[in-house]
Design a protein. Structure first.
Length: 135
């Protein structure tokens, strides 16, 4: 919890019309206070993903190392006990794995920049990232 805002994250499978399986990381923000709060974040990358190898916890994929423009911010307003969900947007498993990561189950963490200079990193869970038409 950061200044009255509780963060939770999850990984969701997305099945497209073209029989492609994609996935996204979702982050829910919940205002735990009795006041209205606002949060500002970079509109082009509201949630970024990190993957850690389950066997040793080593970081093997990190979207926070990619450029992200903070010059175009988005602002959300949360009344008391209100929630909002931010997302990475859909990711193709084969694109994430590229040519260097094996098909495996990874520990997925979400990173959001809604707390000023503090990047909030939240455990989203474990997820099997595969390749091919089903994922």
């Amino acid at each position: 919890e950061y200044d009255g805002v509780k963060y939770t994250a999850s990984v969701a499978t997305i099945q497209s019309n073209l029989s492609l399986t994609q996935f996204a990381v979702l982050v829910k923000l919940e205002n735990m206070t009795t006041a209205t709060v606002t949060r500002t974040y970079p509109a082009g990358c509201p949630v970024r993903m990190r993957l850690y190898r389950e066997s040793d916890g080593r970081l093997v994929y990190d979207e926070t190392s990619w450029p992200c423009s903070f010059t175009e911010p988005a602002t959300i307003t949360l009344t008391s006990r209100a929630t909002i969900t931010l997302t990475t947007g859909p990711r193709l498993p084969g694109t994430v794995l590229g040519d260097s990561l094996p098909v495996a189950t990874y520990t997925v963490r979400a990173v959001v920049a809604t707390e000023g200079t503090t990047h909030v990193e939240i455990l989203a869970g474990s997820y099997l990232i595969g390749t091919g038409p089903t994922g």
